[in-house]
Write a protein that binds this ligand. Sequence first.
Ligand code: M6R
Length: 609
Amino acid sequence: MCGIVGYIGKRDAYPILIEGLSALEYRGYDSAGIALVHGKGFSIFKDKGKVDHLKEITKKISAGGCGTGIAHTRWATHGAPSQMNAHPHLDQSSKIAVVHNGIIENFSLLKQKMIKDGVKFCSETDSEVLAQLIGKYYNGDLASAVRRALQDIEGTFGIAVVAADNPGVLIGARRGSPLVVGVGEDELFLASDASAIVRHTKKVIYLKDNNMIELMQGTFNTTTIDNKKVNPEIQNIDWDADSLAKGGFNHFMLKEIFEQPETIQNAIRGRLLVDEGAARLDGLNLVLQELRSIQRLIFVACGTSWHAALVGKYMIEDMAGIPVEVEYASEFRYRNPIIGPNTLVFVISQSGETADTLAALREAAHKGATVLGICNVVGSSIARETHGGVYLHAGPEIGVASTKAFTSQLTVLSLLTLLLGRMRRISHSDGVTVARALEAIPKQVQKILKQNNHIEEIAKTYAKHNNFLYLGRSYNFPVALEGALKLKEISYVHAEGYPAAEMKHGPIALIDKDMPSVVLAIKDSIYDKVISNIQEVNARGGSVIAIANEGDKEIEKYVKHVVYIPKTIPMLSPLLSVIPLQLLAYHIAAIRGCEIDQPRNLAKSVTVE
Ligand code: M6R
């Protein structure tokens, strides 16, 4: 969480930093701040609230003359959102300014010690400890002072540090929180992710864990934190700044929902072998023999990525006959999991930076497992630390509510199912059936998106309701979970996802005229059972919004509203059935006037435990 930007170069730092913060605001928006170095001190502006507010309070500053600066947008962990707790933080003599992402676990101990030594603190944050420590060790050599201070720190950090008396240097360092360095013509950038700097340069260095970088005018020096020389690889970003604009949509979330025909296609491209009824995923870095010898899979993820993993389990067990366990990363990392031989671990993460998922990856690797990733963000920590994996190629996902990443994850999991299944249970002709069905998905999604207005009308009917039940069975049970999560995170409406048949074991007690149920009634082998569940809701005076297959006129007898989706094979139905649920959540949140792209208390990338 939290977004960091830094700049050193010949241009004015202020507009570059502010614009960078706006691009990073999805990472946290409790407060924002900026420090400009003008040689004889800092100009510091910070306050509670969003980047637009920071822009407002700084619009009168004269930007000219400061070519070095750092900035921050915060997702609060230690200390409430306030001006005092906003970054940058200074040491007591205002020689050093620091912006920090992560958590300093031993901050309380360090703070007490320093208070005893007479150091005056002015915030409740863990981050201020770092500023005070660097200040204590600073004697004109900023890199050495940062290095020395980081030896005292336990926990995670991505930092940018400047010294008041030296506009010629900007230090970045990371452990557990991402940092990317942008390499421009005679200018250098530092940011939590590339979206903050892609307008200025496409050449980037993804700083490795426990590495530090000293940025000077036009040149840089990379080392480990304990000062061993590192030769960083400069890479090219393969997307451009246009992907960061809303493109005529009111919100990034809506834009990303509408991008899905294209993003699903991007995940398929070059990987689906239709005539062979198979798939290739070269990035897994596994030879045929290794793939054939797999006896068990473990999927580890959080949130929406966990829901995708659950669909993946249903696909792979059903079609490839390999047992799959799906684990919450936060549980897996601490519960001493058993990882036997011939077990592959997959970590699934849009951002590739989720702290729990990253820790689970390390735990699995420590136990000797081969760990593979399904990630969207190229060069992210998870992408770099796994033994191999598959990128989603969905482009940057800005909306805090994950939408296009979910369907791309499902697409990659379908490809994995085909790859593993063809070596086991799936015949050539069944493989071709799956491949053709997958090939058809982007157009089918397009067709569902055309019903946006119809879904908005349904949203109008239910926008004032405060409780929802989402029900699905088989492949569509995880979709029910995902639909409920989408609604609660962006509209703050209570919603629960349940396997439809479990409803009668408890949640049915909640059903009355004020609690609508969204039911995934897809024509598959258990369709009739779902109809029985709908009848159970009706009998208690509840109203039902059904997601059903085109041509299913029968369902209209039992439900208040229907959204029709095209037919596909059961394993791919979640790729279609989730789309109306994303749109329903979006419209309910919009009608309720919620901040859709930046819902309260949330952040896009959860880099703290
Ligand atoms: O980046 P990741 O996929 O690892 O993120 C995991 C969750 O934090 C994320 O899916 C979260 O649940 C989203 N806000 C859901 O929309």
